[in-house]
Design a binder for this molecule. Structure first.
Ligand SMILES: C[S@@+](CC[C@H](N)C(=O)[O-])C[C@H]1O[C@@H](n2cnc3c(N)ncnc32)[C@H](O)[C@@H]1O
Length: 250
C-alpha cells in the first residue's frame, strides 16, 4: 500500500477525489479547506463569507454548511456553476481580479464579510514563471478585496503558486492581520507547488464601509454667525466637507 503511493503520486489524490464524489462535492479541493478549517477554526454559524474563484462549488458548499443557520456565502468565478447550491449560497459569473460594475455591486451587497477566501488559480500557460506571477497577482487582488470588505477580526485565505512573491505577500499579510500562516494541506497533490496563505484577525475596519459621518467627524459646535456678517457664515457652512457613507445591504 505505502509502496503503491510512492510509485504513483496520484494514488492519494484519487482517494480524495473519490471521497468528494461520494460526499456530493464537485471537487476534491474541499478537503484542503476542511483541513485549514480544522487547523485554525475558520467558520462559525451566522458568518458572511466571500469565496473568490468558487467554481465548481465545493468550497461554497462546505462554507454554506458551516455557517448555517443564519450565515451566507457569496461566490465569484469566471465560469458559471453547475451544482445546485444550498439556499444560503449564491454565485455570480465574473472576474474577481478586475470586477466590472455587476461584480462590484455583488461584492458590496454582501459586505462586510467575516471570511474572504480564494482558491483562484490562473489557467496554466506552461511557463511556470508566468503562472506564478499571475497567481501572486490574484493573491494581491484578494488582499485588496479584504482591505475593502473584510470585517475587523476577519479571516482571509488565499492560494498561491509558490514563488519569490511569497516574501512580499507575507509581509503585507502580517501588516494587515494579527496572525499569519502558510499552510500546505495534506490533500495537496505531491507534484503541486501550491500553498495557502492565511491571515487571522484583520486589524482594521473594512475600508469600503465608511463609518457614519457623525462618528468619523463629530460636528463642531456651531457658533452663531456674527449679526453683522450673515453672508460670510452661510458661505463657510456650505464649504464644510461631507463624507460619503455606504450602507451595507443584505
Ligand atoms: C481550483 S478552482 C476553485 C475550486 C473551488 N474552490 C471548489 O472547491 O470548487 C480555481 C477557480 O478559479 C477561477 N478563477 C481564476 N481566475 C479568476 C478570476 N480572475 N476571477 C474569478 N475566478 C477566477 C477559475 O475559473 C477556477 O474555477
Amino acid at each position: 500500500m505505502g509502496r503503491d503511493k510512492r510509485q504513483n503520486p496520484y494514488a492519494r489524490a484519487d482517494m480524495y477525489a473519490q471521497k468528494a464524489r461520494s460526499e456530493g462535492y464537485p471537487a476534491r479541493s474541499v478537503y484542503k479547506l476542511e483541513e485549514i478549517d480544522r487547523r485554525i477554526r475558520v467558520f462559525k454559524q451566522g458568518q458572511r463569507v466571500l469565496d473568490l474563484g468558487c467554481a465548481p462549488g465545493s468550497w461554497l458548499m462546505y462554507a454554506a454548511k458551516k455557517v448555517a443557520p443564519g450565515g451566507r456565502v457569496r461566490g465569484i468565478d469566471l465560469k458559471g456553476l453547475e451544482v445546485a447550491l444550498p439556499p444560503n449560497a449564491i454565485a455570480i459569473a465574473g472576474d474577481a481580479l478586475t470586477p466590472g460594475p455587476e461584480v462590484e455591486a455583488f461584492l458590496v451587497e454582501g459586505a462586510p464579510y467575516d471570511v474572504v477566501m480564494s482558491d483562484m488559480a490562473p489557467s496554466t500557460s506552461g511557463t511556470p514563471f508566468a503562472d506564478q506571477a499571475r497567481s501572486a497577482e490574484l493573491v494581491e487582488r484578494t488582499l485588496d478585496v479584504a482591505e475593502q470588505w473584510l470585517s475587523r477580526g476577519g479571516v482571509w485565505i488565499a492560494k498561491l503558486f509558490m514563488s519569490e512573491a511569497l516574501i512580499g505577500l507575507r509581509k503585507r499579510v502580517r501588516e494587515m492581520f494579527d496572525e499569519e500562516r502558510v499552510i500546505r494541506p495534506e490533500g495537496t497533490r505531491s507534484v503541486s507547488t501550491e500553498v495557502f496563505l492565511v491571515g487571522i484577525g484583520k486589524r482594521t475596519e473594512p475600508a469600503g464601509l465608511s463609518p457614519p459621518a457623525s462618528v468619523a467627524e463629530p460636528p463642531r459646535a456651531a457658533s452663531p454667525p456674527p449679526p453683522t456678517e450673515p453672508k460670510r457664515a452661510a458661505k463657510s457652512a456650505a464649504a464644510a466637507p461631507r463624507r460619503a457613507r455606504r450602507t451595507p445591504k443584505g
